[in-house]
Design a protein around this ligand. Structure first.
Ligand code: DX5
Ligand code: ZN
Length: 217
């Protein structure tokens, strides 16, 4: 279904070749590019900071979707906005003031996303929906690519109803593949992040078939 956007996560790309990896997935059908920022504190893994994200920006021609798995968030919002993030998503679990965080993201000129871990209920974002452009439903516990999908279909349905006619995307992150995607789309998701299902351990340098993998989702 082409009304569903596919956002490959470059967490599963070749880390020595991000420019070519980004251009390859975009040329082969990616709608957005998803960038996973991890701090070794909020999640048990470390990835990219603002200078790396600014370097990715030079290659992204679609939408750079930056998922912050960091705590605290607020001191870094301006740096990620200046690095060129189109969307900045923060976790509802990352601090006591997610409402302020979403205001600050919009204030910095980016679109604001709010992410929920698998153990966090849909209702935790109920009072944030007028401040958010995107709700990201995690279908793995964040930190690593290639984990087993955790079914959150009921949460997606509840969020879809709660959002109503507001212009808020529902994004799914974790374990998205051709077997899990259709049910998520039916439940109301419109943006699917996919890392291992797009890159499949391959890279642009060995001509991995990203287009086929994206089309299959
Ligand atoms: C997990 C990240 C995801 C991850 C998804 O913490 O937020 O974006 O890269 O990877 P897959 O699609 O392999 O589950
Ligand atoms: Zn992510």
């Amino acid at each position: 279904d082409r009304s569903i956007k596919i956002a490959p996560s470059i967490l599963s790309a070749d880390f020595a070749d991000f420019g070519r990896e980004i251009r390859a997935v975009e040329d082969q059908g990616a709608d957005w590019v998803h960038v996973d920022v991890m701090d070794g504190h909020f999640v048990p893994n470390i990835t990219f900071g603002p200078p790396a994200v600014a370097a990715f920006r030079k290659h992204v021609r679609t939408v750079m979707d930056v998922h912050l798995m960091i705590a605290p968030v607020d001191p870094y919002i301006d740096a990620f906005a200046r690095a060129g993030a189109d969307i900045i998503t923060a976790h509802v679990e990352a601090g006591p003031h997610i409402h302020r965080t979403l205001q600050a993201i919009r204030g910095a000129g980016a679109k604001a996303g709010v992410a929920l871990n698998p153990g966090t209920p849909a209702e935790s974002v109920e009072h944030l929906l007028d401040l958010a452009d995107l709700v990201c439903v995690m279908t793995v516990n964040p930190g690593f690519g290639g984990q087993k999908f955790i079914d959150m279909t009921d949460k997606v349905r509840r969020l879809h109803a709660m959002i109503g006619d507001r212009p808020v995307h529902i994004e799914i992150d974790g374990g998205v593949d051709p077997t899990t995607a259709p049910g998520l789309a039916r439940a109301g998701a419109d943006v699917l992040v996919a890392g291992s299902a797009v890159f499949r351990g391959g890279s642009v340098s060995n001509s991995a078939p990203y287009g086929e993998n994206i089309a299959a989702i």
